[in-house]
Design a protein around this ligand. Structure first.
Ligand code: ZN
Ligand code: ZN
Length: 213
């Protein structure tokens, strides 16, 4: 048995929403449903999966915009992010107006996450690490058995997350990467919030923002 996933870019920002599932039970979670819910639900239906939860890395509109509607229509719990992102959740309506997104339904997380928590889908367990710096309440989801980490906007192939938003801090972001992502191991493949996958080892060698750390 294993963790499976499919990454589906959504919204004008091509945000990497990932559907993750346990191949034994076919229970699935959606990480960062920023929008384009019909596309996500169509994939879930075609794979014969049962949606059980929404997991959020952080509350920027392109990651969280579809959360309220998806939770309401499918009766799903909203797990995450860390409470540091409450002000971003409160500001979702302004974010959608600013970026020309469709109106968003407000939501309240069913369960906040903290560093060291675990989330479960079917027989699969993922570890939660709190990685502030891009937003104060950003978390990442790590599957040790699959060697995969879903890192949102903390780290990209060849880049790192922006830290010029309210509550952002570049030094904090770099510390999150070096102290909380690197210990997952160089071989770990990460799924960033935008753009292609890479491995932590590759970024440690070649990413100008974190090379040699
Ligand atoms: Zn973001
Ligand atoms: Zn993003």
């Amino acid at each position: 048995m294993a963790l499976q996933y499919k990454t589906l870019p959504v919204t004008a920002f091509q945000q990497n929403c990932s559907v993750v599932w346990c191949d034994e039970t076919l229970d699935a979670a959606v990480i960062d449903p920023g929008g384009e819910l019909p596309k996500l639900l169509d994939f879930v239906a075609r794979q014969g999966l049962t949606l059980k939860a929404i997991w959020l890395t952080h509350a920027h509109i392109d990651h969280a915009g579809g959360t309220g509607e998806l939770a309401r229509t499918k009766g799903l719990p909203i797990i995450g992010p860390h409470p540091g992102d409450q002000f971003w959740i409160d500001g979702l309506a302004q974010q959608s107006a600013m970026f020309g997104f469709p109106a968003v339904e407000p939501f309240k997380p069913t369960q906040w996450l903290a560093d060291g928590d675990q989330v479960q889908i079917g027989q699969q367990t993922l570890n939660v690490r709190h990685c502030p710096g891009h937003t104060p309440g950003h978390v990442v989801f790590h599957s040790e058995s699959a060697g995969r980490a879903f890192v949102g906007d903390v780290l990209f192939a060849g880049g790192v997350g922006r830290s010029d938003f309210p509550g952002g801090d570049h030094a904090t972001l770099i510390r999150s990467i070096t102290e909380r992502l690197w210990p997952m191991g160089d071989a770990t493949v990460f799924i960033p919030g935008h753009g292609p996958e890479s491995s932590f080892g590759t970024e440690r060698r070649t990413n100008p923002y974190v090379r040699g750390t």
